[in-house]
Design a protein around this ligand. Structure first.
Ligand code: ATP
Ligand code: MG
Length: 431
């Protein structure tokens, strides 16, 4: 075969000039999650197709149109995970994590959906997700939302707002679905094809339609809030009371439903106006029935997932992120004869100055060309080890930023010098 092979449409490389921002943002989010004592779970990227079909719902967009499904060499139908909840539930059941236990879990990784690629919508995208099992009260719903708010605050994202709704108990939902069928049947001719299809199967999904032509019909639909049973409205009131107390602002959107079939009671979305059409950065809700649906003893659960591509776009729009983490603080310049001693010296420095970002010059060349590379690297300080220094067991140091003179010192003094130098230029703040 000849010609260049390119990446698959909608699946992007994250190149070094972006990857350090990704790592920084992931680490920031994970540190917040750790402070709430959620535990990481790592689950496979591929699962049996049936897992997603049965949890996300046979009629959902994901299952009908978006899954990467293939038959493996054993003729088994497998699917690249389009989301993380189904796998967490499968893993938890398989390893007995749910029975009479509380689990607060998080995961990170790529998800796959065959959607139309556009800004904020890829075919391979990345999520960090949170799932809490074994808790039925509104306290955990509130905690999850508060945790998200803490993440936005830590990332200095103040354009993100919360939309909140309840889908009620199964009783409420069944009654409400009948009301929706009755209402939407009155507009049968005007409904788009998807909505007609959903009318009798799952009319709640009509509310989730992204079709602008449907919005005026949807906005006249009955509100679930006029039809909540006592359990549904108590739960929702309990959640609102905690959010009010902790000063988390929200808008109640009576038409907010989630794209997956298994949600009930609390559902929520965090959105921003700054990203255009793809403004939802995080979405989640309660799915009390799912564990039982997969054959486990009933275990209440709630979860959410945030889209990392969209969050990273948002952080970068803001432009306040410290992105110095990829830039060396020190560049080590070496004469050919000094390579062995130099690399040993570099290791000693890394050991003695934790967090130090030191780039050793590789590939030889004149001092002049090495200095050029040192300058370009963005480093603050060059350490030079030439023939003469090698013999005298000294090094030369030179600031690359303020034009001050070179300075020769014994190798044994170097670590202390570096620590002091970096403290003076304020480098340890971001280390
Ligand atoms: P959307 O309405 O944008 O299609 P969704 O309801 O399908 O989102 P979820 O399944 O709830 O999304 O996923 C949670 C989050 O993951 C979304 O809010 C979004 O930030 C992100 N996400 C979902 N699909 C994609 C995608 N194809 N590309 C990039 N991010 C995505
Ligand atoms: Mg979607």
């Amino acid at each position: 075969m000849s010609g260049k092979i390119q990446a698959i449409r909608g699946m992007h490389d994250i190149l070094p000039d972006q990857a350090h921002a990704w790592r920084h943002i992931e680490n920031t989010i994970i540190a917040v999650i750790n402070s709430y004592c959620y535990q990481e779970i790592r689950i496979p990227v591929v699962e049996k197709t049936e897992l997603f079909a049965r949890s996300i719902g046979e009629l959902s967009d994901i299952v009908t149109k978006e899954m990467y499904t293939f038959t493996d060499r054993n003729d088994e139908s497998l699917t690249l995970r389009p989301e993380g909840t189904a796998g967490c539930v499968r893993a938890g059941l398989e390893h007995g994590l749910f029975h009479n236990q509380i689990q607060k879990l998080w995961y990170i990784g790529p998800m796959f959906r065959h959607e139309r690629p556009q800004k904020g919508r890829q075919r391979q995208f990345h999520q960090i997700g949170l799932e809490a099992f074994g808790l039925s009260g509104p306290d955990i719903d509130a905690e999850l939302i508060i945790l998200c708010a803490r993440i936005w605050q830590t990332l200095k994202l103040d354009s993100i707002t919360l939309q909140l709704n309840t889908l009620g108990t199964a009783t409420t939902r069944n009654h409400y679905k009948e009301l929706l069928i009755e209402y939407f049947s009155g507009y049968k001719e005007q409904l788009d094809k998807d909505s007609q299809h959903r009318l009798y199967n799952n009319p709640l999904r009509i509310l989730d339609s992204k079709n602008p032509d449907m919005q005026s019909i949807i906005s006249g639909a009955p509100s679930i809030h006029d039809h909540l049973d006592a359990e549904s409205s108590d739960h929702f009131a309990g959640l609102r009371a905690i959010l009010d107390e902790t000063a988390i602002a929200y808008t109640i959107n009576p038409y907010l439903v989630r794209g997956l079939d298994y949600y009930g009671k609390t559902v929520f979305e965090w959105t921003t106006d700054l990203l255009g059409a793809q403004g939802t950065v995080c979405a989640g809700g309660r799915y009390d029935g799912l564990v039982e649906h997969f054959g486990g003893k009933p275990a209440p659960a709630i979860g959410c997932a945030m889209g990392l591509e969209r969050l990273i776009d948002l952080v970068q729009l803001d432009n306040t992120m410290d992105d110095s983490t990829g830039i060396p603080q020190i560049y080590l310049i070496l004469a050919d004869e000094a390579i062995q001693t130099g690399l040993k010296l570099a290791e000693d420095l890394r050991k003695m100055v934790p967090g130090l970002r030191l780039m050793s010059h590789c590939g030889g060349g004149s001092f002049k060309s090495q200095f050029k590379k040192a300058d370009k690297s963005g480093a603050q300080l060059a350490i030079i080890l030439g023939q003469e220094e090698l013999i005298n067991q000294t090094v030369r140091v030179k600031s690359l930023r303020d034009g001050s003179a070179q300075n020769t010192m014994p190798c044994v003094n170097l670590a202390e010098y570096v620590k002091q130098y970096l403290a003076v230029v304020g480098y340890f703040e971001n280390a």
